[in-house]
Design a binder for this molecule. Structure first.
Ligand code: ADP
Ligand code: MG
Length: 590
């Protein structure tokens, strides 16, 4: 190498500062690295003391293995680690750290003091470092474990210091980081003190209790347990049910082999599993721990290791989605009267109990398109034709029997039904939309859709763009049971419709399905979903339609036979409850 050339090898100190920039960009990343080290050292009690959001002081004290004098010095060398020694080790790494970079990086951008006492000792190493070099060292007495104080972060790298935000912001980042550890290690006691104020002291406990400690007691009745093993991974943890959601993604946690990760495939699988269970613009809550063969993942893709790479993302997606769907299915909750933020909702009622109180016929799984009362029918006291479950087969007119459902229709819009604890209110349009949506989706999956021939095939001339849309969705419409043919140009003939669908105004129906499909373009990218929602929306009974008792009763039966009865396909509630307790309270009877 030419000594007077332009290219020079960087001095060690500068290399460390540059490397530090990758791993240590703010106080919370120091917290992350040091707490990881404490966990790797087997600590079961960890205390974090912060001053001024961590920019003045970050002190981490643990009761882990400790280090002897020689290791205490070695620990601050770059690429010095006790955790891996070969490439095979890296592929199977089970500790949180393994790069041997953190302490060297931190020490290059702050003033460090460390005390470390081995497990069975009463005294140990005590050292000070500045600019990454040990400037003093002696022995000191103390409890077993390690205490590291990081002072004046970035004091020697002003450019980086400029990027620090307000103390309160940095402090919040530190707390968020701590959540990853408190949730993934309920067996460890954690204490956090900020500016001399104790923020929390979490005793060792079970995962569920720890989640309640960290997310707040509002979550405790709304957690569903997930525990599954398949060929690719083991997953355990908790999910919020459909009653517990947040306005941001803040409470979504994935851990893979003990490490917090932020992964698109996993998030997408969750969003897809929750589907419309949760209202638009809200986010489910979950804390899930995956264990899988380390050879299936690469944790090495990101310097702070919060991103990982899975070998087979597609398979992972569908396995995760399936596991979550099964857990969610076990729970069927109905929204309460106040559709207030999740924390304020009272204990949700279970589907089975509402359904049984309403004497829903559990075998009633056939779903009918034909909810429209035929002309005159709704006022007609004679039993309707048996062909449609919305006007179920004539039960002998056993008027006002004891076990008949108490049902009313309110303003041709809502159905009121009495249950033991009070009243349920059902939005007739939203409920029917849900029923039809699930029906259409299942028809799309099956090969068995039957079609009823129209007595008078309908010829429709479509606008150019509606014709294009029709071509796009025609295969799906055929699957559901529509029989539609081209008639030259933009003219089509509708020869048949799904078996149970009413046959009047078929041309209007097809047009409005296309219009709806076009409208949904902006919000729903999946063509199948868009078709299902459009067909459901356009063939559902409308607000303003009068329903017979039997129609109402059948609607309720079919609603509760749905997989997800409590929300329409757009995420609006279909059912709310009003309990006697709530009524008593409003009438000041208590
Ligand atoms: P890594 O964690 O990737 O090995 P670090 O720079 O974070 O690298 O730490 C270097 C080494 O110092 C670790 O491998 C470990 O042996 C030791 N060490 C760090 N912190 C602690 C601690 N709190 N208790 C015991 N040993 C520690
Ligand atoms: Mg480490």
């Amino acid at each position: 190498m030419q000594a007077d050339g332009k290219i020079k090898v960087l001095p060690e100190k500068l290399i460390n500062q540059i490397a530090a920039g990758e791993v240590i960009d703010r106080p919370s990343s120091v917290v992350k690295e040091l707490v990881e080290n404490s966990i790797d050292a087997g600590a079961d009690s960890i205390t974090v003391i912060l001053k001024q959001g961590g920019s003045a002081l970050i002190q981490i004290m643990d009761n882990g293995s400790g280090m002897d004098e020689q290791d205490a010095i070695m620990a601050f060398q770059r690429h010095a680690t006790s955790k891996v020694s070969s490439i095979q080790d890296i592929e199977r790494v089970s500790t949180l750290g393994f790069r041997g970079e953190a302490l060297a990086s931190i020490a290059s951008v702050s003033r460090v003091e460390m005390k470390s006492v081995l497990r069975d000792q009463i005294e140990g190493a005590h050292l000070y470092l500045e600019n990454g070099v040990v400037i003093s060292m002696d022995r000191t007495g103390g409890n077993p474990g390690t205490s590291l104080s990081i002072k004046n972060l970035f004091y020697n790298t002003p450019a980086r210091k400029k990027f620090l935000r307000a103390n309160s912001t940095e402090y919040r980042h530190c707390l968020t980081m701590m959540n990853h550890f408190t949730l993934s290690h309920p067996e460890i006691e954690f204490t956090v003190i900020h500016d001399d104020r104790q923020i929390y002291n979490l005793k060792a406990t079970t995962l569920k209790e720890r989640i309640i400690d960290v997310l707040g007691s509002g979550v405790q009745n709304d957690l569903l347990e997930l525990n599954e093993v398949n060929a690719v991974f083991k997953v355990k943890g908790y999910l919020g049910n459909s009653q517990y959601y947040r306005k941001s993604r803040g409470d979504q946690y994935f851990f893979v082999n003990g490490r917090y990760v932020n992964d698109r495939t996993l998030s997408a699988a969750m969003m897809s599993a929750y589907g419309e269970l949760i209202p638009k613009g809200h986010y489910p809550v979950y804390i899930l721990f995956f264990e899988m063969d380390p050879e299936r993942i690469d944790v090495n893709v990101h310097p702070t290791k919060s991103e990982i790479k899975f070998a087979d993302q597609q398979m992972l997606f569908s396995l995760v989605r399936g596991a979550v769907l099964r857990a969610l299915k076990k729970d069927d909750v109905v929204p309460n009267m106040q559709s207030a933020p999740a924390q304020q909702l009272s204990r949700p009622r279970f589907k089975s109990s509402i359904a049984s109180e309403l004497r829903v016929n559990p075998d009633q799984t056939r779903i009918d398109f034909d909810a429209q009362p035929q002309p005159g029918e709704s006022q007609d006291p004679t039993p309707p034709a048996p062909s449609s479950p919305f006007m179920p087969a004539a039960q002998e007119p056993k008027a006002e029997q004891d076990d008949e459902k108490m049902l009313w229709q309110l303003h041709n819009k809502y159905i009121l039904a009495q249950i033991k604890s009070g009243l349920v209110i059902i939005d007739q349009h939203a409920a029917h939309e849900r029923i039809l949506y699930e029906k259409v989706k299942s028809l799309m999956d099956s090969q068995s859709a039957s079609s009823q021939q129209l007595l008078f095939p309908q010829t429709i001339e479509l606008s150019p763009d509606n014709f294009e849309y029709l071509m796009e969705i025609l295969p799906f419409l055929h699957k559901i049971g529509f029989a539609i043919k081209g008639f030259g140009g933009r003219t089509i003939v509708v020869e048949g419709v799904p078996a149970d669908m009413r046959t009047t105004n078929t041309d209007r129906l097809v047009q409005s399905i296309l219009d709806e499909y076009k409208l949904k373009q902006g919000t729903e990218v999946d063509i199948r979903e868009r078709v299902a929602k459009s067909v459901a929306c356009r063939s559902a009974i409308m607000t303003g339609e009068r329903l017979s008792r039997e129609s109402m009763s059948a609607l309720i039966d079919q609603l509760f036979a749905c997989d997800t009865p409590y929300f329409c396909p757009h995420g609006r509630p279909t059912v709310i409850t009003l309990t006697l307790d709530e009524l008593d309270e409003r009438f000041e009877r208590t």
